[in-house]
Design a protein around this ligand. Structure first.
Ligand SMILES: C[S@@+](CC[C@H](N)C(=O)[O-])C[C@H]1O[C@@H](n2cnc3c(N)ncnc32)[C@H](O)[C@@H]1O
Length: 222
């Protein structure tokens, strides 16, 4: 069983197979709903998509100024060939240096990313995003989660995910609250293809942290 699961995970690292699996799971319908309910991107918004995969999200976004980052070169290649000038696509780990040159964003998306990162990586990501948010800007995250009473099929599917850090809603939210004071969470039970999502809308950086980052930046240059 472990061998089969490992094999499926390896196959899913191919962009075309990943997109096909997503289509089978109804990802298009999901994304449309999430854009209306949570992302709420508006034409002209600056949108940063961390862990963008093949940037399929562009199929449901209006005409935004889109920047996608993903560590996978094949996913980014596919995104470039599919979306061309609809965005800029970067095959790299997003770090503070890269972010410094990108300006500020109205919306930062991390859909299906946090459960691939360990706690320190999530903390680091949330901290480096603080200066990348426009005043009033938001981060929206979407991940599978484990909760009591969820559909056992959903739980089984989520347990087979390639990401090794699926958390409870509280554990995801706690990591966000270390850097932001406004963290709203939504638990979504999808029935037609069983899955349990935890969506977070995150805003209002904790000012002290922002100041601390600016401060440490200043002292490094002295
Ligand atoms: C489940 S996919 C989600 C892709 C896309 N956001 C979506 O909703 O379909 C997770 C993506 O995160 C990327 N990823 C994993 N670790 C990452 C990291 N440290 N930094 C950036 N991207 C990462 C993977 O390459 C993969 O494309």
């Amino acid at each position: 069983m472990a061998q089969i699961t490992k094999g499926i995970r390896a196959v899913l690292s191919h962009p075309a197979v990943y997109d096909f699996a997503q289509a089978l799971m109804g990802a298009g319908r999901n994304r449309r709903w999430m854009q209306g309910a949570f992302f709420k991107a508006r034409a002209g918004d600056r949108v940063l998509d961390v862990g963008c995969g093949t940037a399929d999200i562009l199929s449901v976004l209006p005409d935004v100024d889109y920047v996608g980052y993903d560590v996978s070169e094949p996913y980014i290649e596919k995104a470039r060939s599919r979306w061309g000038s609809r965005g800029s696509f970067h095959a790299a780990l997003l770090d503070a240096d890269a972010l410094g040159g990108l300006g500020e964003f109205d919306l930062v998306l991390a859909t299906g990313l946090l459960h691939h990162l360990d706690d320190d990586e999530v903390r680091g990501l949330f901290r480096i995003l603080i200066p990348a948010l426009k005043p009033g800007g938001r981060i929206v995250t979407v991940d599978g989660t484990f909760v009591a009473g969820q559909n056992p099929v959903a739980r089984w599917i989520i347990s087979k995910d390639r990401g090794q850090n699926v958390r409870t809603p509280e554990a995801y939210a706690q990591l966000a609250r270390e850097s932001y004071s406004d963290v709203k969470g939504h638990l979504i039970h999808r029935n037609w293809f069983p899955y349990t999502y935890w969506v977070m809308e995150i805003g209002t950086p904790i000012e002290d942290l922002h100041q601390a980052e600016i401060h440490s930046g200043e002292s490094e240059t002295l």
